[in-house]
Design a binder for this molecule. Sequence first.
Ligand code: PXP
Length: 241
Amino acid sequence: MSIPRLGVNIDHVATVRNARGENYPSPLRAALLVQKYGGNSVTIHLREDRRHIRDKDLEIIKKKIKIPLNLEIAPTEEMLKISLKNKPNFVCIVPEKRKEITTEGGLNLKKNIKVIKNIIKKLKSRKIRTSLFIEPDTEDIRIAKYIDADCIEIHTGKICKLFEQKKNTSKEFARIKQAVSFANMIGLEVHAGHGITFDSAKLLSKIKGISEFNIGHFIIGESIFIGIKDSIKQFKKIFKK
Ligand code: PXP
């Protein structure tokens, strides 16, 4: 089994920039440092309300980095159009609610099957690797395969929260483990993300079959104290074990 890749989400560099209406800190500079210090891809989420990453960030980051760019989008016509125009290497389709602080759960695939299937078809016709952000649920994994997604990304928010609160994680751990092995068995690449810290990464890295972790908020936060280089290096070390 190969070592999981690390995708670094730099949205919150833009959050800090936007808080003061300045043009620093620069998300492009962060993306270039992710590349320099061994991140395997850069993730950005262009939210419909543009609260952090903006259209210009997407354009310039796509132009300047050499490692793959993973763009997270809501399943809307506008976002599909932007994706087809900018051609990120990867797209991860995520649910989006205006009032949420962060992505609160996985996609409702049953309800949005037609729309998402159509988006996947268009992205894949441009050779963009397409992933769906879902809960560790067998039925959703089956649908993801049926509508031809390349990968699924499992929402790890619940297990990470339980872990942080020092509560029992065994049930959610078993649920994720089972979801990973089922998805791998039917030919889907599996990623994981949301709420991951150094400690919860150690727990999640025990699950074999996850090819990529996408981590943002904790890395950017930790960068204040130990720098982005060491934050990335520490995660890479955890996933190497
Ligand atoms: N993966 C997906 C699909 C996400 O939407 C997010 C949050 O934007 C993350 C990973 C990263 O989560 P966090 O910022 O909590 O590490």
